[in-house]
Structure formats: C-alpha cells, structure tokens
Design a protein around this ligand. Structure first.
Ligand code: FES
Length: 124
C-alpha cells in the first residue's frame, strides 16, 4: 500500500491557499520541536467569519497537505466552528495519514488555534 493517500499527494503537490496575507487579522505560528517543522497561518476575519486564510509551511509532505486541507476546511467558517477543527478531522479529510505522521496534522490544528487567539488578543 502506498504510504500516502491520493488526496495527501494532491494537496502536497498543489497546495491550496499557499502564501501570506498582508495585514492579517490573526497570525499563528507553531512548530514541532522533534522534527523541526514550522507552520504559519494567516487569517482575514470579517464579522466573525474567516473570509480568507493562507499558510506557509516549512515541513514535510504531510504537514504541507495538512495545512492545505485545513485552510480549505475553515475558509468561510465562523470562528466558533473553526475552533472546533481537530487534527483528526484534517487527517480524515485527507483520507488518512500514516500513524507516525499524525503529528503533522496536529500542527494544522494548533496553527489555526494560535491564529484565532492572536485575532482575539488584537481585538480585545
Ligand atoms: Fe513533523 Fe511532518 S514530520 S510535521
């Protein structure tokens, strides 16, 4: 069996929402100390809705595919709903990740949470 699903390969080779949002409303950066991979999420938020999201990921194929899928899942969502996004949901949407690569999807969940926290802090 191939290590990665077709969906992982597709999002790795053609990542959605790759890039930077200038003057983002929320920015979150997280990393994994063990593998050294880093993920950064940028959010544009209007009326509690995530109107745009972009990411930069310096990491493995699973981390890039997870970031790409996560941005697709939260774009157009309400903040409250985006906060509920779990790494498991990201991995499932990618038709699964190998067990030793599940931590890559955790980065996506954490980067979104960090960006939403940053937004709340800026707004407060
Ligand atoms: Fe660490 Fe993928 S190997 S994020």
């Amino acid at each position: 069996m191939a290590l990665y699903s077709d969906k992982v390969m597709e999002h790795f080779l053609k990542p959605r929402n790759l890039g930077v949002i200038e003057n983002a409303d929320g920015v979150g950066e997280v990393g994994n100390a063990k593998c050294g991979d880093i993920m950064k999420m940028y959010l544009k938020i209007d009326n509690d809705i995530i109107t745009d999201v972009k990411f930069e990921t310096f990491g493995c194929a699973s981390a890039i595919a997870s970031s790409s899928m996560a941005t697709e899942l939260i774009k157009g969502q309400r903040i409250e709903d985006a906060l509920q996004l779990t790494n498991k949901a990201v991995a499932e949407a990618l038709d699964g990740l190998p067990a030793h690569k599940m931590h890559c999807s955790v980065l996506a969940e954490e980067a979104i949470q960090a960006a939403l926290e940053d937004y709340k802090k800026k707004k407060a």
